[in-house]
Design a protein around this ligand. Structure first.
Ligand code: SAM
Length: 223
């Protein structure tokens, strides 16, 4: 059992996530060794505390702070305690795209609004940032579908955790960016370029397996 540091209770960050969940966060940090974390969903700061406490990473946390019992005071407490490793944007995640798309994150934690439109936005944002890991809280069937639709071709689920609450166990999925992502557009551009150079149809066995349908369609023009 992980020993709770005094500072945890002193900061009073507990909310949806609590000390019983600490080991999950510690293990995820151990597996992923994050350097720069984006978190969507601060609430009272428990997950933010865990990211900062268990890792050496910088953390940008985003929250519109509209839910009852969100704690603005706790943002200040974490700023005081963790200094410039912590930064916060108080905005809906739907409005931060232009502010963060140029930044580099190797880990994104999605725990903001849980409606399909907000989760879709957050998933798309995370996928576009291309972090090595995306960690999802509260994964039910509909969130899994959104994950599969938006990020499933680029990320694999590598671990599942079940965090304990007073009433139930909530599934959390750790996903990792695939190393061999085939970008259809790049592949097709390459094929068209080669076709122009050689001026005759070319057979590229490797690509046949990688993006079958598109190449097959294309090949009707060649043969
Ligand atoms: C489940 S709580 C996050 C729990 C937190 N990670 C913890 O450690 O306890 C969800 C948070 O997402 C925020 N939220 C909801 N919709 C949002 C949105 N569209 N953009 C940003 N934050 C949002 C809420 O204000 C709330 O604080």
């Amino acid at each position: 059992m992980l020993e709770k540091p005094e500072i945890y209770d002193k900061l009073g960050v507990e909310g949806f996530i609590n000390w019983d969940n600490a080991e999950i966060f510690q293990e995820v940090v151990k597996i992923t060794s994050p350097k720069s974390i984006l978190e969507i969903g601060f609430y009272r700061g428990a997950s933010a505390f865990f990211w900062l406490y268990f890792s050496q990473a910088t953390l940008l946390s985003v929250d519109s702070m509209r839910w009852e019992f969100c704690s603005i005071e706790n943002i200040q407490k974490l700023l005081n305690y963790f200094g410039n490793r912590f930064a916060f944007i108080c905005e809906p995640s739907e409005k931060i795209r232009h502010r963060i798309l140029q930044q580099k994150f190797d880990f994104v934690f999605i725990d903001g609004g849980h409606t399909p439109d907000i989760v879709s936005n957050d998933m798309q944002l995370a996928a576009d940032l291309e972090p090595t890991y995306i960690f999802l809280d509260d994964v039910d069937h509909s969130i899994l579908q959104i994950f599969n639709r938006i990020a499933g071709s680029k990320y694999d689920i590598v671990a599942r955790y079940y965090r304990k609450t007073t009433k139930e166990f909530i599934p959390m999925f750790l996903t990792k960016r695939k190393t061999n992502i085939v970008d259809d557009h790049l592949v097709l551009n390459k094929i068209e370029k080669w076709e122009r150079i050689f001026n005759h149809p070319i057979e590229i066995k490797d690509f046949w397996t990688k993006c079958k349908d598109k190449i097959r369609r294309l090949s009707f023009r060649y043969y």
